[in-house]
Design a protein around this ligand. Structure first.
Ligand code: KG4
Ligand code: ZN
Length: 362
């Protein structure tokens, strides 16, 4: 079977990433992936600063590209790049670089939507023919938090119900329907903000997760007693209400609860000890994981979907993975990106979408 190869470039946020991806149309191999992560450059600001992001992309893009042999670039079938959505000043660096390479090597340029990249990151190093469609997909990240339906053709949603209000688009013969999104903060953003409130680092997800794990591993009676006595009596944390009608999310509410609790503690001159931070991190994470799991499974049961999937960097959260696993019966197949690097913002996922489009257009 003929193999096609692409060079992919991703610069939509704070990762300068390039990759060489190869495929026969049903199996995608990542031959090379290189990324410069800007986390250290943004850490002291507690989040991504757009101006710094675009400057860093322009400083690093050539350095990152130089790790790929010029000869390898000259042999690709097409060049793919993230064109939208997200930070315009960052996207433009990827666009200028990809356009220059496409003109120099005379290769077609394939534009790719970043969120489509996360959705199709599920295809990397997996035989597409063995995936059972349709799939209910949660994409959870710092700035996006959506629910999608993915099918090989327009099978269920358009056949069985009024689809006039649905956001539907097509990628290389696949139908993608957006069923829900966040109406305020995305889950990743909430993890980052709560981490900051508790004096943790950016990005906050991995840190909150580690803190929450400490809570889970507390077994001594005295710790449990301490928690009960000091915390639950304040009735501090209400879980996010899971509104079953809607597939949309709202995470600013849970973030505000943490803020209100911390304000209350301050007023009462209560020192923010590690025990308190660990307990808050645990409760916050449980609340977010609960709502992400419930809404994803609601989609699966509403549309009778047997394959559910999670992608985007928040999907690397161990508790979320465990919770989904526990919540579903064995009839369900759960997909997640095969390696953690494919959950983050990466060029390989952009290469997959670009190659699908390229092969489909032949
Ligand atoms: O996909 P990503 O790199 O960026 C966007 O496309 O937005 O996601 C970054 C987000 C950050 O907010 C980070 O705190 C969160 O993913 N994150 C996590 C975990 N690892 C990263 N959130 C929860 N648990 C984790 N283990
Ligand atoms: Zn992303």
């Amino acid at each position: 079977m003929k193999q096609f190869t692409t060079l992919a470039i991703e610069t939509s946020c704070d990762d300068t990433s390039v990759a060489i991806v190869k495929s026969d149309g049903s199996f995608f191999t990542v031959e090379k992936i290189v990324a410069y992560s800007q986390i250290d450059d943004h850490q002291k600001y507690g989040g991504v600063v757009p101006e710094i992001a675009s400057r860093k992309h322009s400083e690093k893009i050539i350095e990152v590209l130089q790790t790929i042999w010029w000869d390898a670039i000259s042999k690709v079938d097409c060049i793919c790049l993230t064109t939208h959505p997200w930070l315009p000043g960052s996207l433009v660096i990827g666009k200028a670089t990809a356009t220059m390479l496409s003109e120099y090597f005379n290769k077609p340029l394939i534009p790719v939507n970043h969120i489509d990249g996360h959705i199709f990151s599920l295809f990397i190093e997996r035989d597409i023919n063995k995936i059972q469609f349709p799939i209910a997909i949660l994409t959870a990240s710092w700035w996006h938090n959506d629910l999608y339906f993915l099918d090989k053709d327009e099978k269920i949603l358009t056949k069985n119900q009024d689809s006039s209000d649905l956001l539907i688009h097509e990628v290389a013969g696949y139908t993608i329907v957006k069923l829900g999104n966040t109406i305020d903060d995305a889950s990743g953003e909430a993890f980052d903000k709560v981490s900051r409130m508790l004096g943790g680092p950016y990005p906050g997800g991995p840190w909150i997760s580690q803190m929450a794990n400490k809570f889970i591993s507390w077994t001594s009676y005295s710790s449990q007693k301490w928690i009960l006595k000091n915390f639950w009596t304040w009735k501090f944390f209400k879980r996010i209400r899971v509104d079953k009608e809607s597939f949309n999310f709202s995470f600013s509410w849970v973030k505000s609860q943490v803020h209100n609790l911390l304000t209350k503690l301050k007023k009462e001159n209560i020192v923010l000890t590690d025990e308190i931070k660990i307990t808050i991190a645990y409760e916050f994470q449980e609340s977010v994981v609960d709502v992400l799991t419930t809404k994803l499974l609601n989609i699966a049961s509403t549309y009778d979907i047997q394959t559910i999937a999670i992608c985007g960097w928040v999907s690397a959260n161990t508790r979320l993975r465990e919770n989904i696993q526990h919540a579903v019966s064995n009839n369900y197949k759960i997909l997640k990106p095969i390696k953690n690097i494919y959950s983050t913002d990466n060029a390989a996922m952009i290469g997959v979408v670009g190659l699908l489009k390229y092969i489909n257009s032949l």
